[in-house]
Write a protein that binds this ligand. Structure first.
Ligand code: MOS
Length: 705
């Protein structure tokens, strides 16, 4: 297929590809960028949540007397007196509507006060009694209540089967049959989830009924989820998020606190209310990555050629709302094998509602797959880079479609060269440097190309060759504001400095979520569509105030090709011979992600993903006490994310390319590919250092002794 047939007339890259500094960087550095909790508000009230201390049951009574007697406390709302919501399918959002408790940490009341301190102290003084029921809060192998969901996130088949896996297993010279586990993990963006809400005062007829300044990855997503349950028309709810301090998926959808803020505002019309989750509350109310138990069976010939792959996943969801992590989906596209089977089974626990966390599915799934591939390489006596190259498929192994731009081998070869892989002694535990055993590991990465069509952009001529570009997108710290300006500049044939980008407001044209690594591709395509419409309608010398809107051009290749990004991670790890402490020594990621529109912001994205992958390899692990359903790792002192001291030398690079089949920019996406596979490269390096094969992430010191 040629570029023209794909309908993706490519933009000439002039601004695209250059190192443009973040447009809003100075505002952020000076503290002048207003985040959701700081949105301008006259005489605000402050909220603090009261959370359930039982894992399952119902609220018998809420005693607010002491709280209401505390100076500054204005009101306490619980399920008996909070404003009513319209019913909706998303049970996570039906907050303070019934006495039911579905998990420990669920919102059971909210204190409204004149200061944040009074609200917090008031919350401490609220006494809640419960009727307690038995609960289940632990994922166990072989759970008899495991069930097959209808599909897995966002809409993939639950199970797939091709060929005859059992026969392949019987015929294979080498079989790797191992089970890997990944823990549940919590998104920890720097900015906690926060919402400032104002309901219109009595008699106020202008403007929206409710304005939410919410820390979200999708202003329009918040409108579409919340307007119906609040009984509002979409244009009666305005959501703004000009600046967002990270999300990693946890701000991709609205959560309970957004609804609580709206309800409290409804109860106090005309008065803004502010609500921020504490770091501790984020561990119950903002979504998280599910725990998984994954069995891999790899059947191969003696030369490492895969004959069959089975990936069977058991994972958890919550009883309140189903989330089915698509853990085995990447396995369907990764390596050639004529016989294959993938499956997902869920256990619904009485725990907080899980959701998206950076590369949901690909992250835990590829961690296990790439650990299993390392074991296969050892079993066949093959170099692990060579094993992967040997199993490179000609076409997508399950759909049979051609790959659009599969450059995995180039990523592996480029990385191996730069990392100095050729000098590697394959024997484990063979290299000692002082008190440190040293090993190296490799793993592959993949992430699908998603492009959301439901986007509209608007372009207006401001005069003097300047243009305003508007779309309700979100810059969650990724650099979207800057990158969209670069795309608009090339689409209009002007300088980056001539473009003003406006985003983060639901009153702007419709935009999809900053998620699925699809923001730039989706919004940028709409901007290109709008620029083309603008040129058609107004020519090259428009009058001030000339306006056009546009949507992304159609892309038939989405239906005919398998479109993915790829990458390869290389890790050198030291393991202390006395303490078992694992320490990263260096890490290299090489990625094929289509055109890189801004090398500066892209490097941050890729390195950020790799650091988070390192975290899941060595550090990140939430721990729940199954007796109480209580998450005991509720802060950054006990939930360990990689910090500066954990990351001595890390390098991200990318292949110089433009993908003709994805969009007019030639880009794919970079938000998630950096995390995928990284944990496996770490675990494989730990094996190479020590000879100890850790199959349960994270690879902590106790497992290496
Ligand atoms: Mo990402 S987990 O798709 O926001």
């Amino acid at each position: 297929m040629t570029t023209d047939q794909a309908g993706q007339d490519q933009l000439e890259a002039v601004a695209m590809g250059s190192r443009v500094a973040r447009t809003e960087g100075p505002l952020k550095v000076r503290g002048a960028a207003t985040y959701a909790y700081e949105a301008p508000a006259d005489d605000p009230l402050f909220l603090h949540l009261v959370q359930s201390t039982v894992a399952k049951g119902s609220v018998r009574s809420v005693d607010a007397e002491a709280a209401l007697a505390h100076e500054g406390v204005v009101a306490v709302l619980d399920h008996t007196d909070a404003p009513r919501l319209e019913s909706g399918e998303n049970a996570e959002l039906q907050v303070l509507q019934t006495a039911d408790v579905a998990f420990r940490g669920q919102v059971v009341a909210v204190v409204v006060a004149e200061s944040p301190e009074a609200a917090r102290e008031g919350a401490r003084l609220v006494r809640v009694d419960y009727d307690v029921q038995e609960h289940r809060a632990e994922l166990r192998p072989g759970d008899p209540d495991a069930y097959a969901p209808e599909q897995v996130n966002p809409a993939f088949p639950t199970d797939t089967a091709v060929g005859h896996l059992d026969r392949a297993l019987e015929a294979a010279a080498v079989v790797v049959d191992e089970t890997y586990t990944t823990p549940f993990e919590h998104n920890n963006p720097m900015e906690p989830h926060a919402t400032t809400a104002r309901w219109a005062a009595e008699g106020e007829t202008d403007g929206p009924r409710l304005v939410l300044d919410a820390s979200t990855q999708s202003v329009h997503g918040v409108v579409s989820e919340l307007a119906p349950i609040l009984g509002l028309e979409p244009d009666e709810l305005r959501v703004r998020s000009p600046y967002v301090g990270g999300g990693f998926g946890s701000k991709g959808l609205p959560h309970a606190h957004d609804v609580v803020a709206a309800l409290a505002a409804r109860a106090h019309p005309g008065r803004p209310v502010r609500l921020a989750l504490t770091r501790q509350q984020m561990f119950a109310l903002a979504g998280y990555r599910t725990a998984t138990i994954q069995r891999f069976r790899l059947a191969a010939g003696a030369d490492g050629t895969l004959l069959g792959i089975e990936h069977a996943v058991l994972e958890q969801t919550s009883a309140l709302k189903e989330f089915a992590e698509q853990t085995a989906v990447a396995t369907r596209h990764m390596y050639a094998a004529p016989n294959r089977r993938t499956s997902h089974r869920l256990v619904a626990l009485d725990v907080a509602v899980p959701s998206w966390m950076r590369a949901p599915g690909e992250m835990p799934g590829m961690a296990a797959h790439e650990m299993a591939m390392d074991e296969l390489a050892v079993a066949c006596g093959l170099d692990p880079v060579e094993l992967r190259v040997r199993n490179e498929p000609e076409v997508d192994p399950e759909s049979g479609q051609p790959f659009g731009h599969r450059k995995l081998v180039e990523c592996l070869r480029t990385g191996a060269e730069r990392f100095g892989w050729a000098d590697r002694d394959p024997r484990p535990g063979a290299r000692l440097d002082g008190d440190w055993l040293v090993g190296t590991g490799v793993a592959a990465a993949t992430y699908p190309y998603y492009r959301q069509p439901a986007n509209t952009a608007r372009i207006e001529a401001l005069g003097g060759g300047r243009y305003a570009v508007s779309i309700g997108a979100a810059d969650i710290g990724t650099g979207a504001l800057t990158v969209l300006g670069q795309i608009a500049a090339d689409a209009l044939g002007v300088e980056v400095g001539d473009i003003d980008v406006h985003l983060g407001d639901s009153s702007l044209p419709q935009a999809t979520v900053a998620g699925g690594s699809a923001g730039t591709a989706s919004w940028g395509s709409a901007i290109v569509g709008a620029a083309r419409a603008f040129r058609d309608e107004h020519g090259a010398s428009p009058a001030v105030g000339d306006v056009s809107t546009g949507t992304p051009p159609d892309n038939p290749a989405m239906d005919t090709h398998s479109l993915h990004s790829f990458g390869a991670h290389f890790v050198e790890l030291g393991v202390n011979v006395w303490t078992g402490e694992p320490r990263l020594r260096r890490m290299l990621g090489v990625f094929s992600a289509g055109r890189i529109i801004n090398p500066t912001t892209a490097r941050s994205q890729l390195i950020g993903g790799m650091v988070m992958g390192l975290g899941s390899g060595l550090l990140e692990e939430s721990v729940r006490d199954p007796r109480f359903g209580h998450v005991v790792t509720q802060d950054l002192a006990t939930y360990h994310v990689a910090s500066h001291a954990d990351v001595p030398a890390i390098e991200a690079m990318w292949l110089d390319e433009s993908d003709p089949l994805t969009n007019p920019m030639g880009s794919r996406g970079i938000g998630e590919i950096g995390i995928v596979g990284a944990a496996a490269a770490v675990a494989n390096a730990a094996w190479h250092a020590t000879g100890i094969r850790v199959r349960d992430l994270p690879v902590t010191a106790d497992k290496l002794l």
